[in-house]
Design a protein around this ligand. Structure first.
Ligand code: A2P
Length: 315
């Protein structure tokens, strides 16, 4: 399995298990199956509300001797309601207590958007902080403090565009080591990938399969990545599944990828994509797929009452 390498030499396995939308009743088993089948990278977040069960899966695997803590690469994310300097450390401490760990390998600012304390999802103007209330400097200094304490081995961001990345880089000290964003052949993020490469920022692709389990009534006309005819032909050619082609596409670009599954067969299938090598022809066809679509569109943070605009996220 390929790894991504941080500047200090630490390595992150390129394929990880995603846990967003994994039900608390299923995710312990999913994490255990994943570790049993060879995953060493788990992607978590406080807002997924399942870190306790993820932690139980990790603990079971460690207790049964399948793996040691040091062999695992665990990521978590700071939720939008804990961006104030003094709230950053308690937020990670809660995550560590839920996960049953002493440190995370990577801790990310989940979104460049701030909610007031205790607010899960802000809707009214009163529930948001603005940039002026909590400038990113405050949050990033909190993140750097966590790294200096060893509670997070590496720190980074998620859902940051070039302008926001520059803002963090201008703060000084540790630059963001990772930017995790939505990425798949319908959203290849070419300019952002180039910017991150030029600045030594590693990347992770979320919703690599097009997030089919977040489809609801308002998404019923969205394109379906897992049914794309171009990708289907490539999959047939290799005797692989469409999901595996999507994962291998990210691996070919040296971008970490975190497909979510709670199904044992698909957990194994997704890891086996590490062995699928796409050729230049496949990559050209995927490059030229002709659909441009963002499944996670950020509209839930940028409604009429929000001080933030879509351009703060994706502009
Ligand atoms: P399940 O958990 O039942 O396997 P994303 O990572 O883009 O958010 O996609 C996750 C969704 O894709 C989940 O609904 C998951 O369902 C499904 N899924 C995961 N792996 C595969 C696969 N190899 N083929 C098809 N669907 C998959």
């Amino acid at each position: 399995m390929k790894n991504l390498t941080f500047e200090n030499g630490d390595r992150m396995p390129i394929i990880g298990l995603g846990t967003w939308k994994s039900e608390p009743g299923q995710v312990k088993q999913a994490v255990y199956w994943a570790i049993e089948s060879g995953y060493r990278h788990l992607d978590c977040a406080a807002v997924y509300q399942n870190e306790k069960e993820v932690g139980e899966g990790i603990a079971q695997a460690i207790n049964e001797g399948l793996v040691e803590r040091e062999e695992l690469f665990v990521t978590s994310k700071l939720w939008n309601n804990s961006h104030k300097y003094e709230d950053v450390k308690p937020a990670l401490e809660k995550t560590l207590s839920d996960l049953g760990l002493d440190y995370v390998d990577l801790y990310l600012i989940h979104w460049p958007i701030s909610f007031k304390r205790g607010i899960g999802f802000a809707k009214t103007r009163d529930e948001f902080y603005t940039y002026l209330d909590v400038p990113l400097t405050q949050t990033w200094e909190g993140m750097q403090h966590l790294k200096s304490l060893g509670l997070a081995k590496h720190i980074g961001v998620s859902n940051f565009n070039q302008a926001k990345l520059r803002e963090v880089m201008n703060i000084g000290g540790q630059k963001p080591e990772m930017n995790q964003v939505e990425m798949h052949p319908y959203l290849p993020q070419k300019a952002l990938v180039q910017f991150c490469r030029e600045n030594g920022i590693l990347m992770t692709a979320y919703s690599p399969l097009g997030s089919p389990d977040s489809r609801n009534e308002s998404h019923k006309n969205d394109p379906v990545l897992l049914k794309d005819p171009v990708i289907e032909l490539i999959a047939k050619k290799h005797g692989a599944s469409i999901g595996q082609v999507l994962i291998a596409w990210s691996v070919a670009r040296d971008i970490a990828v975190i497909p979510k599954s709670t199904n044992q067969g698909r957990i194994k299938e997704n890891l086996a994509a590490a062995k699928l090598k796409l050729d230049q022809n496949d990559l050209m066809e995927l490059d030229d797929i002709g659909v441009d679509f963002r499944f996670i569109n950020g509209k839930f943070f940028t409604g009429p009452e929000s001080p933030y605009k879509l351009s703060d996220l994706f502009g």
